[in-house]
Ligand binder design. Structure first.
Ligand code: CTP
Length: 134
């Protein structure tokens, strides 16, 4: 049984999120997802996600290829989370390429190509730029 772990905010769930989670699951048998808490997201981006952490968690839990979801509270705890969840493989998008190689002493580290032309930030920008229909 190969246990796979990945991390992210997964706000305004979109096709790029779906693609990486599906491909992460295909790397093993059991997929665990650490989602950034609202406070952790704020500390990274100086803004809160649109969807709160409980709603983001429920959306991920409803996916058939996600087996377990937990809250990630800090970047510094990655090693602890991987050990606690007994993960064999860490999957990250290639926007993080090389950044988690220091964890190769406890698990395999795999970076997957991002889906082009979509991100939560871009979706928000597109919605903001839409003309008002009034
Ligand atoms: N991801 C992906 N392809 C995309 C967007 C995201 O593969 N087009 C992956 C990221 O590499 C990460 C996971 O999805 O492994 C969660 O990413 P997250 O940062 O939550 O999503 P983004 O859409 O990149 O959000 P933001 O614009 O706020 O950075």
């Amino acid at each position: 049984m190969k246990r796979v772990i990945t991390f992210g905010t997964f706000d305004l769930f979109h096709i790029g999120h779906l693609n990486i989670l599906e491909r992460a699951k295909n790397q093993g048998d059991y997929l665990i997802v650490g989602i950034s808490t609202d406070a952790f997201s704020y500390s990274k981006k100086a803004k809160y996600p649109i969807y709160n952490q409980h709603d983001r968690k429920r959306i991920l839990e409803s996916l058939r290829f996600v087996d377990e979801v937990f809250f990630e509270e800090s970047l510094e705890l990655k090693r602890q989370y991987i050990l606690e969840h007994k993960a064999d493989v860490l999957i990250m998008g290639d926007d993080w390429k090389g950044r988690f190689d220091y964890l190769k002493d406890i698990c395999e580290v795999v970076y997957l190509a991002r889906t082009p032309s979509i991100s939560t930030t871009e979706v928000v920008e597109v919605i903001k730029s839409m003309p008002k229909n009034v």
